[in-house]
Design a protein around this ligand. Sequence first.
Ligand code: ADP
Ligand code: MG
Length: 577
Amino acid sequence: MGSIRLLPEHIRNVIAAGEVIERPASVVKELIENSIDACAENIRIDVLFGGKKLIKVSDDGCGMDREDALLSIQRFATSKISKIEDLFRLHTLGFRGEALASIASVSKLTIETGTDSSKPATLVEIKGGNTPEVRDAPPLKGTIITVRDLFFNTPARRKFLKANSTELNHIIEVLTFEALADFKRGYKLYADGSELLFLPQVYEPRERIAQLFGRETLEHMIEFEDETDDLKIHGFISKPPEIRSRKTGQYIFINGRPVKDYLISKAVYDGLSDILPKDRHPLFVIYLSMPPSKVDFNVHPTKREVRFSEAGQVYEFVRESVLRTFKVEQRIEIGIPSSTPGDILSNTMQPSGSQISLSGETKVNSPLVLSPPTISELKLFEGYASYGEHKSFIPFGDVFVAVRDEKGLIIMDKHAAHERVLYERFLRGQIRTKRLIFPFQVELRPLYHRLLLQSESLLKELGFEIEEFGSNNLLIRSIPEIYSDASIRALLEDIAETLKDFKEGIGSEPLYDQKRHLAATLACHKSIRANESITSMEIEALLRDLFNTSDPYHCPHGRPTMIKITLEELYKRFGRE
Ligand code: ADP
Ligand code: MG
């Protein structure tokens, strides 16, 4: 007896929903994109409990008649394409006809929609993908879609949802992306009844950037445009002090669609490689346009990934326009030795590990695995530190210092070492606070504003005195002495990101409470900036401080501060065992 059967429609939809609808934010994304496709001018989003209880998207778009409203919740029902060729000249965000069917299968969905404000509208109700109920609704031009109790019938998925505030953060991020893609529309976001974002229609992307990130951030961004026969770019990239130690605030749009694209992102970093310090990340908003035939959006159900027909050409175009723009802008003064091309990428895109691979013609099969030095080997460093044999420190690269003896080499990462030292000082309250004579005001995006205020007392323990100052603004009254005022805004944003990670439970292992987590962020911020050309005396001081910490071998994130390469290891590598 055969055991294969065709799955019933509602199971197919739940399966499809698995790919498209991961969390409330994915619902928000799909509904907003539908409103955009319906040519709405104003879109309002209401959410309750981080969208878990309710998500409601109301628009003033073209609306649907009754027949379409019923069809819209069927899988593969779309008004946006009808022929295969349409897939390659898309002008709409949706085209797969699966979002509403997927959402309907895992929630309680209501669609109120109408095409004429003087005629009765339609109300469709569907629960967990069952048979829909239809009735008349009061006249309406536009559509209101309400999604209640997401995943109520798929508890396994509901279990994966995070705290309401975390889910809300994801929603804000989705809305930020959509609102940047589409600045000519007005957006409002209400969470649990209070207004979180109010973005009236604007006519320039720069205006939307200012609405979302604040004027000050915009002022520190370089705007540029470039064009070839069929490629066009309009971009905004931040320069110091709006440079982060984390990769956030990077938005890419292709033909008006928000995408996550590694190639474009790499092109931007490569274009900046001469001026962007290692481990530092710019904010950017990049709008690219190209003929629809050159890019395929039908790669993944969420439509966030793309494939280019001429990837190399796109990469070169973006890299060169970024390079040219920043050359003209003059070399940015960053106070840190510039890194060599390629560094940025290898640093940010690859996990750092305790392995090095040798370049050149010699092919090494297994990478050289390095171990932390033992205490007695470290005496080497200590010895140098106390006897001051300066010439024995060999600096190389931006961050390393090496010392050798007859048994091998020990290499220290200055950043990592400095981070460890600062980290412990922060935790022990040994970092002095500087009270600002003129408290200064920073404008932050609503999400950050909220997160920082929620942790006000913790921040105070670490040397930051902040105060609410109207919507989206904070007044900074004091800061840790080691920072310059100019870097505070980027620092606060990094802190907010850390707080956000913390809420999401992403904290890296050795950091087990919030204060440690923040101290690590703070230490990382300063030590990266402070690393110009360090003198031998400073290295000695650093070493002395390092040996006074609880774990001289690791930075607060658990990366090694030192490694050794023994002579035996070298003999082995050179086949002289
Ligand atoms: P897709 O967007 O890929 O076409 P969806 O399942 O998201 O698929 O939507 C199905 C159809 O429902 C759309 O093609 C559109 O015709 C209609 N629709 C959905 N949302 C709206 C809306 N807010 N206003 C007007 N029509 C809508
Ligand atoms: Mg859609």
